[in-house]
Design a protein around this ligand. Structure first.
Ligand code: SIN
Length: 295
């Protein structure tokens, strides 16, 4: 760790370097195992709002430190798939393609198989997620992030007018069975779990509560229909929005380095796991910070 603590101000010197034209910046020289001063926290908070995805390099932090840093941004949300909680840390969801000797998955291996914003199926979706690399494959395993402010800004005017006031339904179950058929990671949900994932309705275009910027807020993973439209029209409009929202120019591709901690804004970006070859191991720990009611 190369953080230098300035004893006079109790702030550390660290760099924030943009990674891409549209989104993403890396934070170099900050050690998140130490408590952040208010000034450092304010700088990180600002950078997160400006760049939407922050990559904190070389974070040799414990799960408890990961949770503590995440909590500075708000209360944490517990994922419905409790089988994949890290022991002793219910706030951490293990994202992994690794199986135990008995063949049981240790984490959710197909998290991010479709583009999505985390927990958009909740009445109160997520502010942001923090994913910490534990074990990385020698190839593959990238995560893609798409800037939904840019997607909204560049939406053709006619489409902007068409979707401006619309609401859409988001459901955790939208593609659950499809994923369950093709992978060993998804258990059959219990009645208690089903009660945790009642579908939610949100604006198709949301306003970021801290910056006031508009963003598209529909995803191929969780958005099931546009409220009030006939089914075929709803399907066609959503397909058009999905295709528009993840074009290359809006996307930053994150190639993981050991000990990266990536913190993205679920109000501004969607993300996708690009996939890991089956014979290679990948394991990361994720926390999810609660946001507010989209408007
Ligand atoms: C996720 O969707 O939270 C996981 C993304 C990834 O595994 O790259």
């Amino acid at each position: 760790m190369s953080a230098v603590l300035d004893s006079a101000s109790s702030t550390s010197t660290f760099d924030i370097r943009p990674l891409h034209d549209s989104l993403g910046a890396e934070v170099v020289g900050l050690d998140l195992s130490r408590p952040l001063s208010d000034a450092d926290f304010a700088r990180i908070h600002r950078a997160h709002l400006d760049h939407h995805v922050l990559v904190f390099r070389d974070q040799r932090i414990t799960p408890a430190e990961h949770v503590a840093f995440s909590r500075r941004f708000g209360p944490l949300q517990i994922h419905v798939l409790k089988d994949f909680q890290l022991a002793g840390h219910p706030e951490i969801l293990i994202v992994s393609n690794i199986k135990n000797d008995d063949g049981k998955p240790i984490g959710l291996g197909d998290a991010g198989y479709f583009w999505h914003s985390d927990l958009s199926y909740k009445a109160v979706p997520s502010l942001g997620s923090l994913l910490h690399a534990q074990e990385l494959p020698s190839e593959g395993g990238d995560t893609l992030f798409a800037n939904q402010h840019a997607a909204w800004d560049e939406l053709p005017e006619a489409l902007k007018n068409a979707v401006g006031g619309l609401q859409a339904e988001h459901s955790y179950l939208a593609r659950y069975e499809e994923l369950r058929q093709r992978s060993p990671w998804r258990p059959k949900l219990t009645e208690a779990q089903l009660a945790e994932v009642i579908p939610a309705v949100h604006p198709v275009v949301r306003t970021h509560p801290e910056t006031g910027r508009k963003a598209l807020f529909v995803s191929e993973h969780f958005t099931t229909r546009i409220v009030g439209l006939p089914e075929d029209e709803s399907r066609a409009l959503l397909a058009e929005l999905f295709a528009h929202s993840v074009q290359d120019r809006f996307v930053y591709r994150h190639r993981w380095q050991p000990h990266d901690l990536v913190f993205w804004d679920n109000r501004s970006v969607m993300h996708l796991a690009a996939g890991t070859p089956d014979h290679l191991r990948r394991r990361l720990n994720r926390t999810t910070v609660e946001g507010d009611l989209p408007f």
